[in-house]
Design a protein around this ligand. Structure first.
Ligand code: PHE
Length: 333
């Protein structure tokens, strides 16, 4: 039995076959088992001897099986490791990565520049009342200047704000009588306009500085500093007289358009300048509406168009590109 079993053992190729062999020898009808069954026929002296032989045989066979079993297990593990091997030197897949919209980038940059000069950031609602959007800004009902901004009305008194200027009033109301009032207010504004340089929704950043002795030259210096931070040291600005009901005097501010060599591009219409903001000294009525005494304090305010600034900074000739959400366009920034 021993030699036969050990010989068969060397021919085995799988753990299943090993199991079968075990049954053939040790199972109910196995050869070793039947040997044990025959022991009853032996004499009293022979029995313990035979018992010992059979036990030894069993131990030997079990050792041999165990060894073989471990060998199979080891082989199985090795082949699994070989199959599941990962080549860590293969280059990985790169996942698509999103990034900021050019307008968000520009707004953050504007915020950084003004925060660097001690301005804080204020906010106001996009759905505004007639009072804050017009009335308190020195634009009473029936004032012809209301036509400057094609308004989306929701009801007679509620509208989508056409400008960020209402945040001037809201901020002064909240802060009075403390000085200085020194905020910028970025946000969405809405006008019933739609072409290559206008969109029904666009962004502005409002600025307001109220303090004792604020002068127009402070405004000009600040805006020149801002423009050079934003567009580069070689930029110039120019102020053109203009009109806003909430500032007096008022100006429109242009930045030199070096993007296209000063002339010829659609952005600056061949003039070499592009308008980026409206500004002026806060009208006494507006200071009063905000709860400040125009005999004690003065202030300046400005409102800049973020899309215009982005177009100028990145050389975008059609504002609508900023809102089309074409990945091929957006990926460039
Ligand atoms: N609110 C004005 C506009 O939208 C811009 C502006 C803001 C002008 C503040 C002067 C002062 O056109």
């Amino acid at each position: 039995i021993k030699e036969d079993t050990l010989e068969q053992l060397t021919k085995l190729t799988s753990s299943e076959e090993l199991q079968e062999l075990k049954v053939r020898v040790m199972g109910k009808k196995g050869s070793l088992t039947s040997l044990l069954k025959q022991m009853g026929q032996l004499s009293a002296e022979e029995r313990p001897k035979m018992g010992q032989i059979v036990n030894e045989l069993r131990t030997q066979l079990e050792d041999a099986w165990d060894k073989k079993w471990r060998e199979f297990e080891k082989n199985a593990l090795e082949s699994r490791l070989r199959e599941e091997r990962i080549d860590i030197s293969l280059p990985g897949y790169s996942l698509p990565q999103g990034h900021q919209h050019p307008l968000s980038k520009v707004i953050e940059e504007i915020e950084d520049i003004f925060m660097g000069m001690g301005f804080t950031i204020a906010e106001g609602p996009e759905i505004e009342t007639d009072y804050y959007n017009f009335e308190a800004l020195n634009l009473p009902k029936d004032h012809p200047a209301r036509d400057m901004q094609d308004t989306f009305f929701i009801t007679e008194d509620i509208l989508l704000r056409t400008q960020t200027s209402p945040v001037q009033i809201r901020t002064m109301e909240k802060q009075r009588p403390q000085l200085p009032v020194k905020i910028i207010a970025p946000g969405k504004v809405f006008r019933n306009d739609d072409d290559a340089t206008h969109s029904p929704m666009f962004h502005q950043v409002e600025g307001l500085l109220v303090d004792k002795g604020v002068r127009m030259s402070d405004l000009k210096g600040l805006l020149l500093y801002f423009s050079r931070q934003m567009f580069g040291e070689s930029r110039e600005i120019r102020l053109r007289p203009s009109f806003f009901p909430f500032t007096e005097p008022s100006a429109e501010v242009d930045v030199s358009c070096m993007l296209c060599g000063g002339a010829g591009c659609r952005l600056c219409k061949g003039t070499g300048w592009i308008e980026i903001l409206g500004a002026g000294m806060v009208h006494p009525h507006v200071l009063e509406m905000g709860g400040y005494n125009p005999k004690e304090v003065t202030g300046f305010a400005f409102g800049m168009g973020v899309e215009r600034i982005a177009m100028l900074k990145y050389g975008i000739e059609d504002m609508r590109l900023l809102f089309d959400n074409d990945i091929r366009f957006l990926e460039q920034f």
